[in-house]
Design a protein around this ligand. Structure first.
Ligand SMILES: Cc1cc2nc3c(=O)[nH]c(=O)nc-3n(C[C@H](O)[C@H](O)[C@H](O)COP(=O)(O)O)c2cc1C
Length: 190
């Protein structure tokens, strides 16, 4: 299987980086080909400005977007790893969706009917939070990822595995190790 990790965290010493290393190791251990899009490291431009919006509307795909679309097309599995920032993705990842999931690539309309173009993909969302699970309320997992899930679902993805690791900065090392171990198992089962 081919797996693409799309990662959004600016700090190479963060726990998120340990999550990425864990997922990559697990997937390679089971024989997957793994590619990575580290959006901060790649200095990905998340801003869909007026010129680019005009290009998109004319059906033109900028080179940096074409590169991301090639990676998405290549992959069977898409794994998104990021910290929760104001109940959502970091802006660089939101902008990645804005620019990469274009009409005609991620979805299309045929005879007025929506056709998700990414229905063959399996997706895993791995998210860390600062807050405790109890702070989020009952629907916490859905709340944290509603925008991302709605986007993926619109584009035809119906297989989404989601794992939220809560209160990451507050827990001790043993708890963080347990999180990494749990993620290892989840990634293997993707
Ligand atoms: C701009 C910003 C917004 C944040 N918003 C939230 C939030 O809405 N809910 C929450 O629980 N934590 C929030 N946090 C905390 C981060 O989610 C938390 O520090 C991170 O997941 C820990 O992982 P790390 O050690 O890999 O950075 C926010 C942090 C930043 C910098």
């Amino acid at each position: 299987m081919k797996s693409l990790i799309v990662f959004a965290h600016p700090n190479p010493k963060s726990f998120n980086y340990a999550l990425v290393a864990t997922v990559e190791k697990s997937l390679r251990a089971r024989g997957d080909e793994v590619r990575m899009r580290d959006l901060y490291k790649a200095n990905f431009n998340p801003i869909l400005d007026s010129q680019q919006l005009a290009e998109v509307q004319q059906g033109r795909v900028p080179d940096d977007v074409a590169l991301e679309q090639e990676q998405v097309s290549w992959a069977d599995n898409l794994i998104f790893i990021y910290p929760l920032w104001w109940f959502d993705r970091p802006a660089v990842l939101k902008g990645w969706f804005d620019r990469v999931f274009t009409n005609g690539f991620a979805f299309a309309y045929e005879d007025g009917q929506l056709q998700g173009q990414l229905s063959s993909k399996r997706v895993m969302l791995v998210i860390t939070t600062g807050g405790n699970q109890a702070d989020f309320g009952i629907e916490s997992d859905q709340l944290c990822t509603s925008g991302t899930r709605a986007t993926l679902s619109f584009c035809g993805v119906d297989q989404i595995l989601q794992k939220v690791f809560y209160a990451v900065p507050a827990v001790d090392d043993a708890a963080r190790q347990a999180m990494l171990l749990e993620l290892e198992g989840l990634a293997e089962s993707l």
